[in-house]
Write a protein that binds this ligand. Structure first.
Ligand code: VG1
Ligand code: CO
Length: 546
């Protein structure tokens, strides 16, 4: 195939719904399969990047249905748009944190991550596209806004006619002047992990007969990463990683690492025969859940504990500059930051808001309550990184997870925390509920022995870029520091999802082992009253509690 392939310019007309949400454009597969839908969005991205010609891109996804087809289209469009070099994971697989690392390592211009994360996959599931910039992180809002604007006025896209690249074979594939390199998806990432953690200590722990663990890859992208790193490099027993083969439909499950969707793992972590350590990751490998024998670590606590143990971890000892957490994440990390004398930043939901702080060296660790933790090693949250970090803590302290939690709470106090999700609500009803929550007057109101001391709609001004973001969630904060936050999801693909975040602080070590839902009971009832959720939607209880 040596003949010159002239880029074809194809006429098209806009779709009205290509606005990226919390994390990229996410829609049912059937929406992406409409003629020109994918092409329009990809061209809108290129049209938003004025100096992309001659550059390098990274492309990969979580292996879900439509991943491979979409990659072939993007390759031909990238070629037509003047991209010179493209790195693609073998079989089109790359986890989100691996894409972030590859962009940074190869000084690429940016990358496409094809994933709808924890949303179900398959022909009737969801598909998604995220564009990441040269720092390896998600496109900031200024760029996603431009992409959306371009998608609304697009009239043509560019593509070359070319045969498919064989994504199953490591090597290169030439498309006109564009060189496509098919690479091992795991190697660079595994090397990065080895540079951060004490692999010798972790390996000793994993090989010791009195330590038993399971990593559940949920039939999604972390399978090959976890097998290579945990079993091959660190010597964990074969079979430590379960559901390790990425499947197009994730075997029909919701690849979301939380107690609801990873129920098998949770069951193995309970009772007298409980394993010592359990972990799971999501569709695209950026989320994590951490469990111990009869112990569940909330993601908010995980961030705090990770930061509090930085001195034990080779890649982090002595270099904690600050912590950032999304606004709805509990304030556990703030307490660690205060004790260490470093700042703690509160950002809107979504990893894109951490990028500037990480680039400026103002924070070392970042986290979200939605099972996301990460650090300045990449510009995305990183599921397997968090698992290795915890293993490194366990290897150094040789303490059970439950004891690490208990000691942490004794030192810092416990932030009881839970999120209640009401899914697939009527969009107009959900918007009305949020509007009324925002406009009702709550300041100074007394509920039981709590008084509302703050009621607002969270707005943020990025301390580095000065970019302003508003409408990020209704906060109701009480005199004792307890808090409720209400926001609508920006990643769902059907109806509206209301997320209610509930928390209260408990400094007394004698009162730190109450069941979370019991500990938050008053707040839960109050959150339902204030929002009128049942009267408006008929829902008595949430669909998912984490
Ligand atoms: C959810 C989470 C948010 C996370 C986002 C992307 O967004 O709440 O914390 O950053 O998903 O995660 P929302 O708008 O639905 O609440 V992932 O693993 O989907 O890239
Ligand atoms: Co994800």
């Amino acid at each position: 195939m040596h003949e010159s392939r002239v880029p074809t310019v194809v006429s098209t007309s806009p779709f009205a719904d290509q606005k990226p949400g919390t994390s990229g454009l996410r829609k049912p597969v059937t929406v992406f399969q409409q003629p020109h839908y994918l092409e329009n969005f990809i061209q809108s991205v290129f049209d938003s990047l004025p100096d992309h010609e001659g550059q390098t891109l990274v492309i990969g996804g979580d292996g879900r249905f439509f991943n491979a087809e979409a990659i072939q289209v993007i390759l031909r469009m990238a070629c037509a748009n003047g991209i010179r070099r493209i790195l693609v994971g073998r079989h089109g697989l790359l986890s989100t944190p691996a894409v972030s690392h590859l962009i940074r390592k190869h000084r690429a211009y940016g990358g496409f991550v094809l994933s709808a994360s924890h949303n179900p996959g398959g022909a009737h599931g969801d598909f998604g596209i995220k564009y990441n910039i040269g720092n390896g992180g998600p496109a900031p809002e200024s760029l996603t806004d431009t992409i959306f604007e371009n998608s609304r006025k697009i009239s043509r896209f560019r593509i070359v006619a070319a045969p498919h690249c064989d994504l199953g074979r490591i090597g290169t594939c030439q498309l006109n002047n564009t060189e496509v390199e098919i690479i091992d998806p795991v190697a660079d990432y595994a090397e990065l992990m080895e540079s951060l953690f004490d692999f010798k200590a972790i390996s000793d722990l994993l090989k010791s007969p009195d330590f038993r663990m399971r990593f559940d890859a949920m039939n999604a992208v972390t399978g090959p990463y976890a097998k290579t790193i945990l079993e091959d490099h660190l010597g964990a027993p074969k079979g430590t990683v379960v559901n390790a083969v990425p499947l197009q439909d994730f075997g029909g499950i919701h690849p979301d690492p939380n107690p609801t969707h990873a129920a098998d793992l949770v069951a193995a972590m309970q009772g007298a025969t409980a394993l010592d350590f359990g972990a799971a990751s999501d569709g695209d490998g950026d989320r994590n859940m951490i469990l111990g024998a009869n112990a569940y670590v909330t993601p908010s606590d995980s961030l705090a504990i990770i930061a509090a143990h930085a001195h034990l971890i080779p890649g982090y000892a002595g270099r904690l500059t600050g912590i950032a957490r999304s606004m709805p994440t509990s304030r556990a990390a703030d307490r660690v930051a205060a004790k260490q004398g470093v700042p703690c930043f509160e950002t809107p939901t979504g990893w894109k808001f951490f990028g500037t702080l990480l680039d400026a060296g103002m924070v070392t660790f970042c986290g979200e309550e939605s099972f996301g933790t990460g650090s300045d090693h990449v510009r995305e949250k990183d599921g397997l990184w968090a698992v290795l970090y915890w293993l490194n803590i366990l290897a150094k302290t040789r303490m059970p997870v439950s004891k690490i939690l208990a000691e942490h709470w004794q030192t810092y106090g416990r932030d009881y925390y839970s999120r209640h999700d009401y899914e697939n609500l009527d969009i107009a009803t959900a918007n009305a509920l949020m509007h009324d929550l925002k406009t009702q007057s709550l300041n100074g109101k007394v509920f039981g022995n709590r008084t509302v001391t703050m009621h607002d709609d969270f707005a943020y001004s990025d301390p580095v870029s000065n970019q302003a973001t508003s409408g990020q969630g209704i906060r109701v904060i009480f005199s004792d520091g307890a808090r409720m936050v209400f926001r609508l999801s920006g990643t769902g693909t059907s109806g509206a999802t209301l997320r209610v975040y509930l928390e209260r602080f408990e400094p007394n070590p004698q009162a730190q082992d109450i069941d979370t839902q019991d500990a938050l009971k008053e707040l839960i009832i109050l959150s339902r009253e204030i929002s009128g959720i049942e009267a408006r939607t008929g829902r008595k209880t949430p669909d998912v509690i984490t």
